[in-house]
Design a protein around this ligand. Structure first.
Ligand SMILES: [Zn+2]
Length: 455
């Protein structure tokens, strides 16, 4: 452990601070004292500069400073899909999207592709102030060690991530076993040491690609390590139809009976869940994550998020591999429920805000129990984003959600800090070489496209 004296101290001054947390405050001309990885003090700039006269300063020049964003579900492996033509007839439904796009893409990935696909997403995360990401990985022809490759990229970036490998039967029994082994190997390597920014869960693709036998093997392996599961649940009706056909149960009941659900497990999407399944998610304290941009793109439906919240289910906000600009995901969440229900009162801005910050921060505690995220307060991790946002209407702690939804654009992000380390300052990335990553990624993606399309 570093001693008090040896910790780097930095005083961010002149910020418009939005603290969030249980008692959110908006401090005009505020300051944050960062000490090592954590926030040691915060308040008015005049007070803090008097209290800490010798500490190095960083003038935020009136920018809006918020806790950094958290993404509850993403896929670093999907970055090379951007702009790729899907070979053959355009898919007409979700299973075809999986078969024709994602399963061809993931099969084409080499170890180096896995690394650069992750780096591309990590550049995007730093650029948009998202410092904590919960990833779900697939690369069936490069399974063993793939999570280490991603972990190294995350460490280089200076971000924080929970990783897993998605086990599935779709690539045969050998690869299903290799997927289980990769989850186990990576989770064991994480160890219990505190302060790590890397964490593990046990990845499962989805009920529709898992046999009872493989599911049982995963549960046995995951349970031995005390891991929760990270699994797509009822994203499309096809998942329910498959589960009914396979075992005469709905997906959530199948997963509950198999031992998958619980307070450390993430059930991704839950678009097609009925009341009994919502009750089961609530009873087991299973996490649900909502990814509206992905749901809209796949045309799978709108998750009953407000019904789940009313039933006591904890719902976080992910991006399913879309841009790591969580403000964009918040906007989509705010809009889609209103349209789907033809009700302008559906999904209020403060509920979106709760999902994106408070809920995602509680979910992050599953992986980093000693770290406070999603709010700026003494003791919290110094994870911050600076927004060059100067509103033309009054901004308060109370109306902040609507400013984020209607006012803030990706281009406003100028600085990103994770655990006290500055990853981007004045829009300059300090840990990753964006130009080199972009150049190599473009070469590698072209190769992946060739393998996918057979061109
Ligand atoms: Zn997903």
């Amino acid at each position: 452990m570093a001693t008090q004296e040896s910790k780097t101290r930095l005083l961010v001054t002149g910020a418009r601070l939005a603290t969030l947390g249980d008692e959110p405050r908006l401090i005009e001309d505020g300051s944050v004292l960062v000490e090592g990885e954590r926030i040691a003090d915060l308040g008015a700039t005049a007070e803090l500069t008097a209290r800490y006269p010798a500490v190095e300063r960083w003038d935020a020049a009136g920018q809006l400073v918020l806790p950094a964003s958290i993404c509850a579900h993403t896929h670093f492996y999907g970055a090379f899909a951007r702009g790729m033509a899907i070979p053959g007839e355009p898919p007409t439904n979700f299973p075809q999207i999986l078969e024709r796009l994602w399963w061809r893409l993931d099969q084409a990935l080499t170890v180096e592709d896995v690394r650069y696909s992750a780096l591309v997403c990590l550049v995007d995360a730093v650029r948009h102030g998202t410092t904590t990401l919960i990833d779900h990985h697939a690369s069936p022809n490069a399974i063993g060690g793939s999570l280490d490759v991603i972990a190294r990229a995350v460490e280089e970036a200076g971000l924080r991530a929970s990783l897993c490998y998605e086990v599935t039967d779709r690539d045969g029994p050998e690869r299903a076993r290799a997927g289980i082994a990769e989850n186990v190997r990576f989770a064991k390597a994480q160890g219990p040491e505190s302060g790590s920014r890397m964490a593990a869960s046990f990845g499962l693709h989805a009920s529709l690609t898992l046999s009872d036998e493989t599911l049982a093997d995963c549960v046995a392996a995951g349970r031995d390590l005390g891991l929760g599961f990270h699994v797509h649940v009822a994203e499309d009706r096809a998942d329910q139809e498959d589960s009914q056909h396979k075992c005469g149960k709905r997906v959530v009941h199948r997963l509950r009976d198999a031992g998958v659900l619980g307070p450390r497990t993430i059930a991704v999407h839950c678009v097609h869940v009925d009341e009994s399944e919502v009750a089961a998610l609530a009873e087991t304290n299973t996490w649900v994550t909502h990814q509206p941009r992905s749901n809209m793109n796949n045309g799978v439906g709108v998750a009953p998020v407000e019904a789940m919240l009313r039933a006591g289910v904890s719902v976080g906000l992910g991006n399913d591999g879309y841009s790591n600009q969580m403000f964009a995901e918040m906007k989509a969440a705010y809009l889609v429920h209103k349209l789907a229900r033809r009700d302008p009162q559906a999904m209020p801005g403060d509920v979106v805000m709760q999902m994106a910050y408070a809920s995602n921060a509680r979910l992050a505690r599953v992986f980093w129990p000693e770290v406070t995220l999603g709010e700026l307060c003494p003791g919290a991790s110094a994870d911050m984003v600076f927004l060059d946002y100067h509103p033309t209407t009054p901004l308060t702690a109370g109306n902040l959600p609507w400013h984020l939804i209607f006012g803030v654009e990706a281009s406003a992000v100028t600085a990103t800090v994770c655990a006290g380390r500055i990853l981007m300052r004045d829009r300059q990335l300090l840990t990753l070489d964006e130009e080199a990553i972009t150049a190599r990624s473009r070469e590698l993606a072209a190769g992946v496209w060739e393998r996918v399309t057979g061109a």
